[in-house]
Design a protein around this ligand. Structure first.
Ligand code: SF4
Ligand code: SF4
Length: 188
């Protein structure tokens, strides 16, 4: 047989919690109607960065793919030629894919990248209704061309050789630049 406390006091105490909560600040987020900003260093979608003249920073070395614990990255490198140059130096990433069905956004790949070609943005809306669209291609990951950048392939515009790029010993913007691209890191 229930005691007096169980019959009368316990229900009142239970509703007391409900009553008190009615006057507290609501913490429910109205996503996707209201989007909250992430922390500045939140690990979101990746980005393949460019040099200030538009050449790609990726050299197709595959270190990011080897560092990935989820086997989410696929890279195929290829050789630049003087007629068709996508990055300073010998090699560039001809094929670059990230499979967001596998990626756990841990950031190990960006730590492994020797050229800071690969960084992560704050973009977190990576859901879709089919597998194919969650394999991002190089064209999906490349940073946009900022003012003063040229779409590769094109010759090195910031220096005579790749060492000028990697040592940062360039100061003048590329000859065709309209907005002083030489002064801005292509990592937006
Ligand atoms: S963030 Fe982590 S899981 Fe995702 S591609 Fe990079 S290393 Fe792999
Ligand atoms: S993103 Fe970086 S680590 Fe990955 S292939 Fe390109 S240069 Fe190498």
């Amino acid at each position: 047989m229930p005691t007096f406390k169980e019959q009368f006091w316990d229900p009142v105490a239970g509703f007391g919690v409900t009553f008190r909560t009615m006057f507290r600040k609501v913490v429910t987020e109205q996503y996707p109607f209201e989007k909250m900003p992430t922390a500045p260093r939140f690990h979101g979608r990746h980005q393949l960065n460019r040099w200030p003249d538009g050449l790609e920073k990726c050299i197709g070395c595959e270190l990011c793919a080897w560092a990935c614990p989820a086997d989410a990255i696929y890279v195929e490198g290829a050789s630049n030629t003087e007629d068709e140059r996508f990055s300073p130096g010998e090699r560039y990433g001809r094929v670059y894919q990230i499979n967001y069905l596998r990626c756990i956004l841990c950031g190990l790949c960006i730590e492994a990248c020797p050229t800071r070609a690969l960084t992560m943005t704050n973009e977190y809306e990576l859901a879709d209704n089919n597998r194919a669209d969650l394999i991002y291609e190089k064209s999906d990951l490349l940073a946009p061309l900022l003012p003063g950048m040229e779409q590769p392939p094109h010759p090195m515009l910031l220096g005579d050789d790749a060492e000028d790029y990697y040592r940062g010993t360039f100061s003048a913007p590329p000859p065709t630049a309209a907005g002083g691209a030489g002064a801005k890191e292509a990592t937006s």
